[in-house]
Each structure stands twice: as structure tokens, then as C-alpha cells.
Design a protein. Sequence first.
Length: 366
Amino acid sequence: MPRSFSTTAVPPGVVTGRDYRTLLAACQHGRYALPAVNVTNTNTINAVLEAAARNHSDVIIQISHGGARFFGGNGLQDFHRARVLGAVSMARHVHLMAKEYGIAVIVHTDHANRPLIPWLNALVAFSEVNYAQTGRPLFSSHMLDLSAEPLENNLDEADAMLRRLTPLGMGLEIELGITGGEEDGIGAELGEDHTANPSFYTQPIEVLTAWKRLSPLGTVTIAASFGNVHGVYKPGNVTLRPEILKNSQELVSSQCGGGPNPLPLVFHGGSGSDPAIIHEALSYGVIKVNLDTDIQFAFARGVGAYVQHHDTAFQHQLCPQTGRPLKKQYDPRTWLRAGEEHCIERLNDAFTILGSRGKSLASPRP
């Protein structure tokens, strides 16, 4: 499928440096967002790559500290080392496979609060080694989430991290205001007073302060909270105010220039969100929408439905009635594939809703 608008092409595979910045700019100018999908193993990675290729869309593959630990193996007793090696293993798998799918991929790490800064530092060290050897970092970007701390502390750490990432061609995502709910041990389950808590709604002046300090240092994206939450909650428990994003863009544009929507914004807690709210957020410059809970549920539903349909094979190696071997039905490749296929179905909807379908920038370079 041809690209629907004229823009600079990037090579298929993991994008970093200039190609990473080109992809972010295309999202801003094209007013669409990329799904940022949390992965936990090679099955979820491959499902994301397959879905992106089917939809001719670029994509963001990201991993949390808990997902990275699982990727590295829960048998490793050193949790820090498991998180580091798991994230590195994930990134290397994506580097190896992504170009074969013919789309561009941003490799990213999700929320890292202060206790997880050593995890980020270790990952950056791996990228520094990779850059020295190949001229490219291992990751495209990282997220530093100090939103629960005073703004000055948040920006001080972001400043230091961005100064380390920029020479490697990497970007940094920060969070301003708190995203509700719990994400891999960061945050807490949503309480009854969510809508009354001002910390869940970023103030535009905070966004301006962050942009003025950080944007001269390198590529920064901002997750400005507007009442959004991690996970899926019953209607009425969450009140989204996307006009916060609009007001932030207008303030930054008036103070710093850059035309309309100069900020590259991030929408956390995209699972279960009303498409109308998502479209409004896109119109205010959101270029990245995180998806985790919905993808977990899709994978679980796929596997669960398969197991229900072939329940005998998950209790007996031979069919009790016929004596026929049931190996092909309980082979992990069959039920894991069922999980992948349900993930792909959910992602098909995401690419369409976010407007990225058919807009991949990937094109082989001569």
C-alpha cells in the first residue's frame, strides 16, 4: 500500500537518531499516532510486528521493568540483572526481526520511577557499547517517570538522562502529572476520589516549563496526564479532560513558537478508551498511545478459547475414546499462535483508530 502523503522515507527495522526523529515528525505533521505496545515475550513481539506489517504501519514496541524481568526469566534470582538482560534480549530480537517485516519500529522502555533509574542506566550502558561498535544504540528511547515527585526533581533527572541519550541518537519520554491506576508495581489501583485529585491533571504551565528546559537538549516526548489511567475501569470512574493537551499546545506555541501543536505528546492508558476521546487527543498532537491491558486480554482470550475448544488435549495425551494422540492440539505452538492471532485482531483496530494504517515510512535504501 503506498504512503498516503509525501514524506521522507526511513529504512525498515529499528529506527534511531535522525530516522527516529523523522518518524516522530511524520506523526506530528500527519496528525496520527503509533500504538506503543507492551510486550512480554517473543510471541507478543512477533504478533505486533505481524500486525504492523499487515496494516502497513510503523509501530512502537516497549517493555516494562516487570515485562523485562519475565523476558529474562523468572528463574534468575537477581531481579535487577534479569530486568536488564531481559530488556536487552527483547531489543536484540526486535533488531534482528523487524526489518524482515518491512516496517519501522521504535524500541522503547516503559515507566521507570526513581528506584528503577539503575535499570535505565544499565540499559543506556548497553546502548553506549552498541553505539561504539555499530554506530547505533540498542534502544530508540526510554521513559523516565518521576511524576510523583516535585517538578524540579523530575526535570533535574530528565535533564541528566537526556544529556546522556542525545549523543547516542536516542529520545526521552517524561511524564507530567500522574497517570492513574497501577502499571507493573508503579502507581496504585484507582480510588474513588480519582477525578477530584489534581495530580491526575497536568497544568499547562508545567508542560511549558519542561519543554523550555528539555527540548534544547534533545528529543523529548511528554506524557501530560489529563485524567487517564492504566487498565480498564467501569464507566464513570474516569473523567478525561483532553482540553488540557490543547491548552498546553497553545501555551507552548505562544511562548516558544513552532506553529500549532509543537509538542509531541503521549497518551498513557489507551486500553478501553473511547475512540472519540482518542481522536480528540490526536487533534491536539498525541503521537503515541500506549496499549497494554487490552493486548494482555486479547492474548489471554485467544489462548483461553483454544484451550476450551480442545479441553481434552489439555487433560490427556491420548484421546480417551479413540486412543488417538493429541500432541498436535497441545503443542504450545498451536495455542500460543491463537493468542498471537487475537492480539493481531485487536491491533488491527488500533492502527485504524490511531490513523497510522497505510502510513509506514519504511522503504529500503539503495
